[in-house]
Design a protein around this ligand. Structure first.
Ligand code: URA
Length: 195
């Protein structure tokens, strides 16, 4: 069994006990140079067991293509590995909500272990949630640090960190979308020059 399989097994067992939900584990090559970290799975991701396969995933695929980055070469995961839901007042059905304290406290240590197993050259955070937990400075917000490479230390190991807006946050905002695409193109150029 690989290190990541051991980690995922442990996470699956503990998640069932703590939340009675199935986890959506990270996906992609274990030797990837780049790790993308989202917030948490949505309904489509939960149904398929793969991160970023719904609407935000389509947006991500398009922007990766524009940046000349192959999705198959990137490892993609989430800060929280279960779908955070609440009951909609209108429909009575499950809808997405932001991850809560209990979910973050539970899943962030697994995220750190996962990163330290993959040991990527660059960590790309998508939105504020992963940025907060992967940065050494917990007060950083995406609006003031997107598209700029810095360094971060996770459990004693140094990584390059490139914060991006979350794909779902730019879908309906044309101005932000253009900035987001420019950031991805910049990252693609950095990667092609050699990390
Ligand atoms: N948004 C995320 O942050 N992660 C997913 O896997 C899907 C949507």
């Amino acid at each position: 069994m690989t290190e990541i399989e051991k980690l995922n097994n442990k996470m699956e067992i503990e998640t069932i006990k703590a939340f009675n939900k199935k986890v959506v584990t990270g996906n992609g090559p274990l030797q990837a140079d780049i790790v993308l970290i989202g917030e948490a799975p949505g309904a489509n991701e939960q149904a398929q067991g793969i991160p970023f396969v719904g609407k935000a995933g389509q947006n991500l695929n398009e922007v990766l293509k524009k940046a000349g980055i192959e999705r198959e070469k990137v490892y993609i995961t989430n800060t929280v590995k279960i779908r955070p839901t609440k009951i909609s007042d209108k429909t009575g059905k499950d809808i997405n909500r932001p991850p809560n304290r209990k979910e973050l406290d539970f899943f962030v240590p697994f995220l750190y272990e996962e990163i330290n197993i993959i040991e990527p050259k660059i960590i790309v955070t998508l939105g504020n949630f992963p940025l907060k937990y992967v940065s050494e400075n917990q007060n950083r917000v995406i609006g003031s640090c997107h598209g700029v490479m810095t360094n971060t230390n996770i459990c004693g190991k140094e990584y390059k960190l490139f914060p991006m807006y979350h794909p779902a946050s730019v879908i309906y905002n044309r101005q932000l979308f253009d900035i987001y695409v420019a950031d991805w193109i910049k990252l693609g150029e950095i990667i092609r020059k050699g990390i």
